[in-house]
Design a protein around this ligand. Structure first.
Ligand code: MSP
Length: 523
């Protein structure tokens, strides 16, 4: 029989510049994408999760030159840093694309040639100003006091032949596309920002750089004196990473579903350049571009010169991987700016993780071990208090669907914590330690402990995408034999899935409490 194919889900992170070491900002988007990917896998979707590195352009070339090394071999080392951090952060990407790979170059050149052949790219003389750090051209009127309007650094006057993509032709199409798809750019404030930007005429996009100025890039196929503008090259990773032009099946399964997670600083490139490039190439725009906010550190902008760059490896060493993942998603709404501080991190760990979840888990399991020899009991004769816990669990199951559709990670976590708190309250109120005193209360003790264990099973399933290793630990200590990652969040998230008769283990602490006085500011 023909099996109905699974629904597809495609999620991407920006590809990170290799000249920088990975910091908390990079980890943020990658963890968010990982959570969305794991979450959809647990709903039975066929998922493709892509991340990678952006290895061309002036910034990258300059950094290699400053170190006096050949760019490619140097970047091989830097790429490993990203890859090993993603391993430590438990990132479940399906592929990792590097823009220096032949499979990517091939697609960039194919798109360029095709656009050129169809008159979508033309050559012209460019007279104006150029900002090297931003790799952007500006006209005289764009400048702010003679400086780059974006970064306020000095600009260089240039006059040279270049190639231009007829982006201006697509302005009205783009506006219409944004207006009719409310979820194309999220959050809504970013959508308004771009609609505002599009009220002024859109200019054509310069997509070449003469080799005499920059040699580190993908050669323009129809003029070998030029390389491709780094953004035109980089954006194409989202289609080259799913083998556009060579694996039709893979590409057509995932492309229409693309969700790009980005930081707010790279909104224009993703919502103006990219959709128009795709349109001109005969491809549909991505389904959604979601721009998240930026992290400051202890109230200050993160920068090398302030020496306050938060290094994710050190955070993992100090707090553990799941605590880092949890903090990033729980502390601020995805889409809003946030502030990282060690005090906030320790507070979240001690209150939400060690106290609320960790204690609930260990006290429940300890009672099952102590009173029932670890055997998972059966429940009977449900009372109001039992039913309301069950109802809450059903409500959270539903709420998570909408919250995760909106990438409202912090709301999803607070819904699950409603369950954690309600289960703590349930245990306090039903007081199994009193029930354990009298043999006649045994059926009630069984019921209460079953309900608490079942709630923990569902909580473990609901947090699996956020804190994969914690969930795995909870899962195995709860004595569940089925593979966690083969569960279905909806089907197995319903009440009653825990099988009586199996044995739980003596609990191991999930999250040790952290003594705030032991955490130095530089941890
Ligand atoms: N290479 C381009 C992206 C090309 S995608 C086709 C690039 N790379 S980057 O390494 O500079 O930045 C990658 C991401 O990190 C961006 O989404 C940016 O918003 C994010 N962040 C950099 N600093 C950040 C914070 N302080 N906080 C949160 N995210 C931040 O841009």
């Amino acid at each position: 029989m023909h099996q109905k194919s699974k629904q597809a889900f495609y999620i991407t992170t920006p590809i990170y510049y290799v000249n920088d070491i990975p910091h908390i900002g990079h980890a943020y988007t990658t963890v968010a994408a990982d959570i969305a990917a794991r979450y959809r896998r647990l709903e039975g979707y066929q998922v493709f999760f892509l991340t990678g590195t952006d290895e061309h352009g002036q910034k990258v070339e300059k950094a290699a030159q400053e170190r006096g090394v050949d760019p490619k071999s140097h970047w091989d080392e830097m790429v490993k840093r990203f890859q090993s951090l993603w391993k430590r952060l438990n990132i479940s990407n399906n592929d990792f694309i590097r823009t220096t790979e032949p499979r990517h170059k091939k697609v960039v050149q194919k798109i360029l040639q095709d656009l050129y052949d169809r008159g979508e790219i033309y050559s012209d003389n460019y007279d104006g100003w150029y900002c090297i750090p931003c790799e952007r051209f500006w006209t005289e009127k764009d400048l702010t006091d003679g400086k780059c309007p974006d970064c306020l650094r000095s600009v260089t006057e240039i006059s040279e032949k270049n190639y231009f993509f007829r982006m201006s032709n697509y302005q009205s199409w783009l506006i219409e596309n944004i207006e009719k798809n409310e979820r194309f750019i999220l959050p809504p404030s970013r959508r308004n920002e771009i609609l505002g930007f599009l009220r002024s005429p859109l200019e054509d996009l310069c997509i070449s750089r003469p080799k005499k100025r920059l040699s580190w890039g993908i050669e323009i196929p129809f003029d070998t004196d030029y390389v491709t503008y780094v953004w035109f090259d980089a954006l194409i990773n989202y289609v080259s990473g799913i083998e556009y032009g060579s694996d039709e099946e893979l590409f057509s399964t995932f492309w229409p579903e693309a969700i790009h997670l980005i930081g707010k600083d790279i909104l224009t490139t993703h919502t103006v350049y990219w959709p128009t490039m795709l349109r001109a190439s005969g491809l549909t725009p991505p389904k959604m571009v979601f721009a998240h906010g930026w992290w400051t550190v202890e109230g200050k902008k993160m920068s090398k010169s302030l020496q306050n760059v938060v290094e994710p490896n050190r955070l993992i060493d100090t707090y553990g991987v799941d605590a880092v993942r949890y903090f990033l998603m729980r502390e601020v709404p995805f889409g809003t700016d946030g502030d990282f501080s060690h005090a906030a991190m320790v507070h979240r760990i001690n209150s939400d993780l060690a106290n609320d979840l960790g204690n609930l888990f260990s006290r429940t399991l300890s009672m099952v071990v102590r009173y029932l020899d670890g055997l998972i009991p059966t429940s009977s004769n449900l009372q109001e208090v039992d039913r309301s816990l069950q109802e809450l669990s059903g409500k959270v199951l539903q709420q998570l669907s909408d919250q995760m559709d909106d990438l409202a990670f912090n709301k999803a976590l607070s819904s699950v914590w409603e369950m954690v708190n309600a289960t703590n309250k349930y245990v306090d109120e039903t007081a199994p330690w009193s029930l354990a005193k009298e043999e006649k209360d045994r059926p009630r003790l069984d019921t209460v402990l079953y309900q608490a264990l079942e709630s923990l099973r569902i909580i473990a399933l609901f947090i699996a995408a956020f804190m994969p290793s914690t969930s795995e630990k909870m899962w195995s200590q709860l004595g569940i034999e089925e593979n966690l990652w083969e569960q279905n969040r909806i089907e197995n998230g319903k009440w009653g899935g825990l099988k009586p008769g199996r044995t739980v283990t003596k609990p191991m602490p999930l999250f040790p409490r952290i003594d705030p006085s032991k955490i130095s500011q530089g941890a």
